[in-house]
Design a binder for this molecule. Structure first.
Ligand code: SPV
Ligand code: MG
Length: 423
């Protein structure tokens, strides 16, 4: 009994797959008994995401795997039982972890000489994150809307922001024409081209598995331009495009007074053409009217939206900038159709998402907050660096770590490829 070795491995074990199985085999081969320290749901949520499979089911699955002696709760160091408590309690000889990285608690156990720490090669072909990525790729905004009534999508124009939005568990991504134009040094007045938006959108669709809705302004011209827009954005895996009834050149909706709008019939024709063009049934066209923004009144906004819905629009956005939010909250009361309503609450941030959903909206677009917080953070940081003539003060507080930045690149995937194609 004395010479028997007990091995300990921590695990999330979510969406059990071949990688877990291979890891368990390798861990068991190191000793005679294998204790799995399984992370409860609240713990997983703190360092990763809400697990798909609840703790008690993950535990049952693991207990039924050959080679697993016991499955115990391991709360890392968030609460008891901590990993280090378990190492003592179960008289662990060897703690085992994949060789992709070593968590700080394993390092601590090693340092305190609580047990031996061994790293085994990770199975390179699958991870739960990859599985989720694949599943979500097939998850369209349309599917999501059927399952979940209240959707919040957030703007991203680069892969880091997109990944952070996914990490923060939002439902989807908005590619903002305003932001994209600003990044190119352009005003939001239709100067940006369709291909420039497409390039930026590709980066985001590659980086995340969330549904992506693209602000395609007025479709970059007439019907033919919009047909091409629908073809191109659907091809790269977008879930939806949002097209507004602005004439060319457009003006940003958040400023300026009454300007002429495209005729309702012409915008409707664009939508019909777009719907006839899309290849998959899941792709959505959001028809946006600027009638409220440009002072044409609620009746005109409703009339136009009804017409656009009759032309096949999958969702309606009656854009509002009235700063008390009353106008926006009124819109659903006037909307008798089942076609879902989208809202962009930029100018009335005091109205909560709950209030907007309760009033009848289905989709909330947070159209530029991620970009605006960056501006402020960069500006503040630069002031501090200038003042102290050193980066040290921001390293301590404001800055993400280098590892943080590196982990927002596909570093693991790159390592897997290097391993797979070793020559
Ligand atoms: C955008 O984000 O580009 C939008 C929303 O279209 S707004 O800026 O309010 O027009
Ligand atoms: Mg826009």
């Amino acid at each position: 009994m004395k010479n028997k070795k007990t091995v300990y491995a921590t695990m999330t074990g979510d969406l059990f797959h071949r990688g877990h199985l291979e890891f368990i085999k390798k861990a068991k081969a190191l000793g005679d008994a294998l204790v799995i320290g399984l992370h409860p749901d609240d713990v997983v949520k703190r360092y990763k995401r809400e697990p798909v499979i609840p703790f008690k089911d993950r535990k049952k699955i693991l207990e039924s795997i050959k080679g697993v002696t016991e499955v115990v709760e391991d709360c890392m160091d968030y609460r008891s039982p901590t990993m280090l408590e378990n190492l003592k309690k179960y008289k662990i000889d060897i703690a085992v972890h994949g060789d992709d990285w070593l968590p700080p608690l394993y390092k601590e156990a090693q340092k305190k000489k609580m047990c031996k720490v061994v790293q085994v090669p990770t199975y390179p072909y699958i991870t739960t994150t990859k599985l989720l990525h694949e599943i979500r790729k097939t998850r369209s905004l349309r599917n999501l809307l059927e399952k979940k009534k209240n959707i919040v999508i957030v703007s991203a124009g680069d892969s880091i922001t997109a990944k952070l939005i996914e990490e923060a568990d939002f439902d989807g991504i908005w590619i903002s024409g305003f932001e994209a134009s600003a990044r190119l040094g352009l005003a939001d007045n239709g100067t940006i081209t369709m291909t420039e938006m497409l390039e930026r959108t590709k980066i985001v669709t590659e980086a995340t598995s969330l549904p992506v809705m693209v602000d395609v302004d007025n479709g970059y011209g007439g019907i033919h331009n919009f047909i091409r827009t629908v073809k191109e954005f659907e091809k790269i895996g977008c879930s939806a495009v949002c097209v507004e009834d602005n004439i060319f050149p457009k003006q940003n909706s958040l400023w300026g007074g009454k300007v002429p709008l495209l005729s309702m019939k012409e915008h409707g024709a664009k939508i019909r053409a777009g719907k006839d063009t899309q290849k998959t049934k899941d792709f959505m066209i959001v028809a946006r009217t600027e009638a409220l923004i440009r002072g044409y009144g609620m009746a005109e906004a409703i009339k136009r939206s009804k017409y656009y819905a009759d032309c096949g629009a999958d969702m309606i956005l009656m854009h509002s900038r009235e700063s008390t939010g009353k106008e926006a909250l009124q819109v659903p009361k006037h909307w008798k159709s089942k076609v879902p309503l989208v809202i962009v609450p930029t100018k009335f941030p005091q109205i909560t998402n709950k209030q907007l959903f309760d009033s009848g909206y289905s989709v909330i677009v947070l159209a530029n907050q991620t970009e605006r917080v960056k501006i402020k953070a960069i500006r503040d940081s630069l002031k501090i660096i200038k003042k102290h003539d050193s980066v040290n003060p921001i390293e301590q507080v404001l800055s993400a770590t280098l590892d943080d930045l590196r982990n927002l690149t596909p570093i693991k995937e790159t390592q897997e490829i290097d391993r797979k194609y070793k020559y």
